[in-house]
Design a protein around this ligand. Structure first.
Ligand code: THU
Length: 135
């Protein structure tokens, strides 16, 4: 689908993901990722991938957004928009899927610089996710 088929709120989230992608620090992979989360209260929280010379220390854009949002006091997120320059639009890694699930995300909007947009449910991307009921 194309982005203009999205709601105004989703288009706003996508625009935020596009903008933050330009802040990505990706000198090793040269693969920039922008992520924007919408909280239950309607706030928009952004994150980008941040690579490190110790490659294993790289932080994905989705995790960067969640950690930033939680640090700002948010506890639940509903939607994430993820933008890359990849065709087809790139989907989050397994680790980020679990993290998005844990923090409440239900809808995932994937987009690329060619204007392609896909909307997924997180349950389809991560069936039978890990859940731990704390005592
Ligand atoms: N990356 C993300 O930011 N999110 C993902 O879900 C997968 C991968 C980043 C990590 C690294 O900086 C680059 O993309 C290439 O793997």
């Amino acid at each position: 689908m194309r982005g203009d088929a999205l709601s105004g709120e989703d288009r706003e989230l996508l625009a935020a993901a596009h903008a933050v992608r330009l802040h990505a620090h990706a000198p090793y992979s040269r693969f920039r990722v922008g992520a924007a989360l919408r909280t239950a209260e309607g706030a928009v929280i952004v994150g980008c991938n941040v690579e490190n010379v110790v490659l294993g220390e790289t932080v994905c854009a989705e995790k960067s957004a969640i950690v930033g949002g939680v640090s700002q006091g948010h506890q639940r997120f509903q939607v994430v928009a993820i933008v890359t320059d990849h065709r087809p639009a790139a989907s989050p890694c397994g680790s980020c899927r679990q993290m998005l699930f844990t923090w409440g995300v239900e809808r995932v909007i994937l987009a690329n610089l060619s204007g392609e947009v896909e909307v997924w449910s997180l349950a389809d991307l991560l069936p039978r996710s890990f859940v731990l009921e704390l005592p």
